[in-house]
Design a protein around this ligand. Structure first.
Ligand code: BEZ
Ligand code: FE
Length: 288
């Protein structure tokens, strides 16, 4: 291990990697090979390499209990959705997954069907929506007792944790499917919103001519005994950002029509003023 230079350094580093764990051996061998390949291709100056190190240092310093800037970096570079796609190759009949995001909270209340998850000023400001659908297995048989854990941003584009004006656990709730696999709840129409862009990831987006917006969506995490947990969204058809999601999470199969219903009678039956929106979305779960 002497006289190392650009021609022999990669091989020399690889020879040092002798992990007991074969998977760690594979991961380290591949990451060193690709990292050296990247350096050979780009030939960064020492100044540029130091800027990269400073950038990653800023990403680390931005992380705390509330903020995970490395996940945001992974999301905005398309790595999170790549890992998700590889980890959840779905068979026919199963709903596609998408990114988890940082805004899920443990402890949302389990609610009765038909409950409104929007509270406080958000409930008054927003456009009312009824969401309903079924949870089934791959052959379309209903799954009773499946748990749907739901969370979304307000019509102002903020999650409760980002906004002291929203009540605790606003726009969050859990629902259990009935004997026919059905669920339904009330909420307000979500809107597009920016991912947190006040840190180094936001700087990188701006420097590379990208916006921080995500198209409007509602998050779902579904669990049922004997089935793979599904983490996904429903997106709103017609949203301006469906083709440029900052975290690359949109799939055609997850885009739903939010249909305007102008009937005062129909609205009154839900305790809404007309008009309101209706959306139906069925989920198929993959057996374990
Ligand atoms: C979200 O949809 O909540 C989200 C996903 C990835 C990054 C930031 C936010
Ligand atoms: Fe979100």
């Amino acid at each position: 291990m002497r006289n190392l230079n650009e021609d022999n350094i990669t091989e020399s580093v690889l020879q040092q990697i002798k992990a007991d764990n074969p998977r760690l051996q594979q991961i380290m061998t591949s990451s060193i090979t690709h990292l050296h390949g990247f350096i050979r291709e780009v030939e960064p100056s020492e100044d540029e390499w130091f800027q990269a190190i400073q950038f990653l240092t800023r990403v680390g310093h931005k992380c705390d209990d509330q903020r995970q800037e490395f996940i945001l970096l992974s999301d905005t570079l398309g790595v999170s959705i790549l890992v998700d796609s590889i980890s959840h190759r779905m068979p026919e009949g199963a709903t596609e997954s998408t990114v988890f995001g940082p805004f899920h909270r443990e402890g949302a209340p389990v609610l009765e069907h038909g409950a409104n998850i929007a509270h406080g000023p958000e409930a008054e400001k927003g456009e009312p929506v009824v969401v309903r659908g079924r949870v089934t297995d791959l052959s379309g048989q209903p799954l009773a007792g499946a748990l749907l854990d739901i969370w979304q941003a307000s019509p102002d584009g903020k999650y409760d944790v980002q906004d002291p004006d929203q009540p605790e656990m606003n726009l969050r709730g859990k629902f259990l499917t009935n004997a026919n696999g059905e669920y339904w709840f009330k909420t307000v129409k979500p809107s597009a919103y920016p991912i947190p862009d006040d840190g180094p990831v936001g700087d990188l987006l701006r420097a590379t001519g990208r916006h921080p917006m995500r198209p409007a969506h509602i998050h779902f995490m579904l669990s049922a005994d004997g089935y793979e947990r599904l983490i996904t969204h429903i997106f709103v058809e017609g949203d301006d950002y469906l083709d440029s999601d900052a975290v690359f999470g949109v799939k055609n199969s997850l885009v739903a029509d939010f249909t305007l219903n102008e009937s005062p009678q129909a609205a009154a039956a839900y305790g809404f003023d007309a008009p309101f929106y209706e959306v139906e979305f069925n989920f198929g779960l993959k057996p374990i």
